[in-house]
Write a protein that binds this ligand. Structure first.
Ligand code: ZN
Ligand code: ZN
Length: 299
């Protein structure tokens, strides 16, 4: 079986109140985090994971000082062009979930591109339970696809419990963040990669923070399932393979082994062009209280 290569696409930034992202964050203030998509290629097919946000205005509708920051060069079309590709070259788009910063440019792709969504997520998106987190334009487009033969593939991950999209790409229910979020497991030359959507916003705050319990991942401040389900979804993600690279949607990738972050692989102090959580660490004053990124693993 051919393995997949991964290219990261920089799709702008979102600014949100820190309380919306990190549980128990004190004080007011915004955090700015990168919005990312990924291009997977195996020499035969081209697959995209997530499509960023439509416009800064859809973020502003969330209120609470939320905003989107984008430039022309960070639009998906130009990010693909940089790699020598056009929209029509993409065979599949897989959505970790349908939040406004993950499905905003899907309508720019032709109906010949197959869009893959967990049915539960589409149902949740039209339920009205999360308001402007699912903009009308994004969701109406998916309904158009639903009525266009071949344009949409719906998964039933709560029941199946995993589905293969192409050889080496398997989706499973995330069980957290939103009702229908999914994990995407991809075979690469470097081993297994897992795209976790927004189950993990910040590797540092959720997977490396000291808590009172040993090896206890911390849930983000943004989930619609019960706290118990969100916590167990995080644990399932970390135990999903003996060893893998975790790709959170708004942070840098990190290696996980036996359910724990491999500390040497943590690049949180090494920002890419689209930035990371470092500035947040500084402005929060967490660097004093939390373990340093390169600290030795607890025995
Ligand atoms: Zn989300
Ligand atoms: Zn997001």
């Amino acid at each position: 079986m051919k393995t997949w290569s991964i290219e990261t696409l920089e799709l702008g930034h979102v600014e949100l109140n820190r309380r919306r992202m990190i549980a128990n964050a004190s004080g007011n203030g915004l955090v700015r985090v990168p919005v990312q998509g990924w291009l997977l290629q195996n020499g035969e097919h081209k697959v995209l994971i997530d499509t960023g946000f439509r416009s800064p205005e859809v973020l502003q509708k969330l209120g609470d000082s939320a905003n989107g920051i984008s430039t022309n060069s960070l639009r998906l079309e130009l990010q693909l062009k940089r790699l020598g590709l056009e929209m029509k070259d993409i065979d599949f788009i897989l959505h970790t979930h349908l939040h406004l910063d993950h499905a905003g440019q899907t309508d720019q792709f032709p109906m010949s591109t197959v869009v893959v969504v967990n049915r539960r997520e589409l149902e949740y998106a039209v339920s009205g339970l999360s308001g402007p987190s699912y903009p009308a334009e994004d969701i109406k487009h998916l309904i158009d696809r639903l009525h266009t033969p071949g344009a949409l593939q719906l998964l039933d991950l709560e029941q199946t419990p995993s589905e293969e999209i192409l050889p080496g790409i398997v989706c499973s229910a995330a069980g957290g963040h939103t009702e229908g979020s999914m994990l995407i497991h991809v075979q690469t030359d470097q081993g297994m990669a897992v795209f976790s959507g927004d189950l993990v916003y910040s590797v540092f705050f959720q997977l490396l923070s000291k808590t009172v319990l040993h090896a206890d991942p911390v849930v983000s401040a943004n989930f619609v399932v019960s706290r118990r389900n969100e916590k167990s979804a995080l644990k399932r993600l970390l135990q999903s393979h003996p060893e893998f690279t975790l790709y959170p949607s708004h942070d840098l990738p990190v290696k996980i082994k036996s359910g724990r972050v491999v500390h040497d692989s943590f690049k949180g102090d090494d920002c890419g062009p689209s930035g990371c959580w470092c500035s947040f660490v500084e402005t929060m004053g967490y660097s004093e209280q939390a373990p340093q990124p390169k600290a030795k693993e607890q025995a």
